[in-house]
Design a protein around this ligand. Structure first.
Ligand SMILES: Cc1cc2nc3c(=O)[nH]c(=O)nc-3n(C[C@H](O)[C@H](O)[C@H](O)COP(=O)(O)O)c2cc1C
Length: 303
């Protein structure tokens, strides 16, 4: 946190030390140096005259004050980094197959060996209640193939309950260093108890305990409450260091009917190629909609 703050504030602070206001300094930096890591600017930020090395989160003036909160208006319109150049576009002739699973595998394997991507399997999962109120959160992809995309969670969590009443979901992967994104849409089904149990016991014991003691998404009185439950369960973990999988914990598979591949271009003419299941009776015209394999068609979408 300290390093982050120092990083975010050091440029404007250095400029402020020369007697220039933070707003002026920040906007000129953002306008003139498009490749610089973005920083926050604020219309209402106070002038800070201390040198950067004297700053910490404890003594940045007004950082947590009600005054600052009331007048908060953070302008981040200048946050912008370059994406791919014109010669690195993603075109139809680069598709590795005319169905989306091979293409997903191709991009995923690349993401897994790309520097700066520590969890290529981290994905955002969007669910909705039966009356359409959405929520999303990160989960980890734990397997994929033509059957779909698998993840594990607590069936009584918020997402678990929403999936119970509405199985339609969307997933989103964003691999920032590659400027690539994949969106999946489809419905979920629960994995078998056997598959969930096998995966549960493949996890480190600490993760098994953590999952077993956590009433995920429920309010709890404090962190101590959870640590106490963890201690109790750990005391009862037998010789074989194994915890029973809670009945309420298990996996889902997302069975997709749409998978979209996105690659970002600096000029904002991004590439979007969407695979979707062919509608009954649909005949691809090979202009807008192209014939794929295994019941899929694909089309380019405007960015
Ligand atoms: C990178 C990352 C990966 C996560 N993976 C999982 C996961 O695989 N399963 C899970 O239940 N929660 C996972 N979480 C926690 C969820 O984001 C979320 O806090 C939790 O599942 C409760 O969500 P809910 O209240 O919407 O059901 C992960 C969080 C992060 C940041």
């Amino acid at each position: 946190m300290r390093r982050l703050l120092a990083h975010r504030f050091s440029l404007p602070l250095a400029t402020a030390a020369l007697g220039v206001g933070i707003v002026t300094a920040s906007s000129s930096i953002l306008n003139n140096h498009p490749q610089r890591r973005p920083i926050f600017t604020s219309h209402c930020a106070p002038k800070i005259n201390k040198p950067a090395e004297a700053m910490s989160e404890e003594n940045i003036p007004g950082l947590y004050s009600q005054d600052k909160l009331r007048s908060m208006s953070i302008n981040i319109t200048g946050m912008r980094i370059p994406y791919h150049g014109k010669n690195e576009s993603f075109t139809e002739d680069q598709l590795v197959a005319r169905e989306p699973f091979s293409q997903f595998n191709n991009w995923f394997e690349r993401a897994a060996i790309t520097e700066g991507i520590e969890e290529p399997n981290a994905m955002c999962l969007a669910t909705a209640t039966k009356d359409g109120k959405p929520s999303c959160r990160m989960v980890l992809l734990k397997g994929y193939g033509i059957d779909g995309f698998k993840f594990f969670t607590n069936y009584c969590s918020r997402k678990g309950r929403e999936l119970e009443e509405n199985p339609w979901v969307s997933l989103n992967f964003y691999w920032e260093p590659m400027k690539r994104c994949i969106r999946v849409e489809g419905r979920v089904e629960r994995l078998s108890v056997e598959e969930s149990t096998e995966y549960f016991h493949s996890r480190p014991i600490s993760s098994q305990v953590g999952a077993a003691i956590s009433p995920q998404s429920q309010p709890v009185p404090g962190r101590e409450f959870l640590l106490e439950k963890e201690k109790e369960l750990l005391a009862n973990v037998g010789e074989n260091k194994c915890v029973d999988k809670p009945e309420t914990w298990g996996g889902f598979v997302v069975i997709p009917d749409v998978i979209e591949f996105w690659q970002g271009q600096t000029n904002r003419i991004h590439d979007r190629i969407r695979f979707r299941k062919r509608a009954p009776g649909e005949c691809p015209d090979n202009v807008l909609v192209h014939e794929g394999e295994n019941g899929w068609v694909f089309e380019r979408l405007a960015p």
